[in-house]
Design a protein around this ligand. Structure first.
Ligand SMILES: [Zn+2]
Length: 294
């Protein structure tokens, strides 16, 4: 079954939980600006990363996310690895595919090629010029398409301008495309723009699903309601919240502010087609989510 076929079925799909913060929990240095890409440089036989993917698959995830959030030229440049963008992206996709093969699941499982903002995902003030966005995102999206991902997941996006550039490039690959924004406590994109405006600009580009991620569960309710209004009752939405908080140096501080059961009780009630976990969530969150959706 293809991803788009599955998206048109009535049941909800489960996206995996966090990879970056889970790498950190398992002892990988995820300091900025490399963040989760460091696992591809330091975990030579990639056992930790592959185990995380497998744990999410066994917990019930239908879609696993490649560890490619920071494998683009600009993020790799400060560590002298800019020329390794394709190599590291390819390694990340191969590890995800290996995890699916190893998990021996009978159900269809999909690989979402993850990409985010060129600069810091929580800093809309840093979004580069349209010209830079087009050139650099074209390369990343081409890398993911070459490596054979099943869909492109444009996630944790803080402005409509960058989202639109990315979506146009991604749609041109012919792959299904999901776009997800990061919002503030008032329910607006971090740029201050509304989800209604985002929907108005992105729906005509033929995106497969729209949504919000990387906010506390309570903060996702308002932007999701606005998206539902703007996209209509049948359009697939996606939501995956976080637990903990962002940190300028180490990237993310994990906390136990919401236990897996509590998180999933909230998440199971979101009016969305795809639900999962963002920073701070673990395989246990995904296992509980699977139970909550039963
Ligand atoms: Zn996150």
């Amino acid at each position: 079954m293809t991803f788009l076929n599955l998206l048109s079925q009535p049941s909800k799909l489960i996206l995996d939980g966090a990879t970056g913060t889970e790498l950190n929990r398992r002892g990988v240095d995820t300091g900025l600006p490399l963040w989760s890409a460091n696992a591809l440089l330091t975990d030579r036989d990639s056992k930790i990363l592959q185990q995380i993917h497998e744990d999410y698959l066994r917990a019930g995830a239908d879609i696993i996310t490649t560890n490619t959030f920071r494998t683009h030229r600009r993020a790799l440049a400060p560590s002298g690895n800019a020329s390794r963008a394709l190599e590291l992206t390819s390694r990340a996709v191969t590890i995800a595919r290996g995890a699916i093969i190893n998990s021996k699941s009978e159900a269809s499982k999909f690989i979402a090629g993850s990409i985010s903002t060129l600069e810091d995902c929580y800093r809309p003030d840093l979004v580069p010029s349209d010209e830079e966005l087009r050139a650099e995102h074209a390369e990343r999206i081409d890398h993911l398409a070459q490596c054979g991902v099943d869909l492109i997941l444009i996630e944790t996006i803080n402005t409509i301008r960058e989202a639109a550039v990315m979506a146009k490039l991604a749609v041109a690959t012919g792959l299904p495309l999901v776009v997800s924004f990061v919002c503030n406590r008032e329910g607006r994109i971090l740029s201050g723009e509304t989800l209604t405006e985002a929907a108005n600009q992105l729906l005509p580009l033929d995106v497969s699903a729209l949504g919000v991620n990387c906010g506390p569960t309570a903060d996702l309710v308002k932007p999701l309601a606005e998206l539902r209004q703007a996209c209509g009752a049948a359009f697939p939405l996606i939501a995956y919240g976080n637990i903990g908080y962002a940190d300028d140096e180490v990237g993310w501080i994990n906390t136990d502010s919401e236990d897996p059961k509590n998180y999933c009780e909230h998440a199971a009630h979101w009016d969305v087609k795809i639900v999962g976990g963002c920073c701070g969530t673990t395989p246990e969150h995904i296992r509980q989510l699977k139970l909550a959706l039963k």
